[in-house]
Write a protein that binds this ligand. Sequence first.
Ligand SMILES: [Zn+2]
Length: 100
Amino acid sequence: MKPWKMKWEDMDCKQILQVVNVAFYGGFLVLMLALLLLYVSEEISVLLAVLAVLGGVSCFGGVLLAYTRLRCPFCGASLMLGGRIPTHIPNFCPECGKPL
Ligand SMILES: [Zn+2]
């Protein structure tokens, strides 16, 4: 199956975390780079502004995705670490103790 044809329902939490990480850190990087270039450039560049917005949206989407989809498939407990995106999925659910 091609990755872009996968449904969220078919993905396990490790795959969702990968998507979250790419969206969040990729978006964050684009946002920061665009803001930096906007800061040093003399005039406002529409392209950079659009890039900054896209980066921000991607970053925000990553967090949103983590909140909504990064959950234990058994009990639905959130796998976020105190509101932060986890660096890895724990081997066992912190709520129900089932292997993830
Ligand atoms: Zn659980």
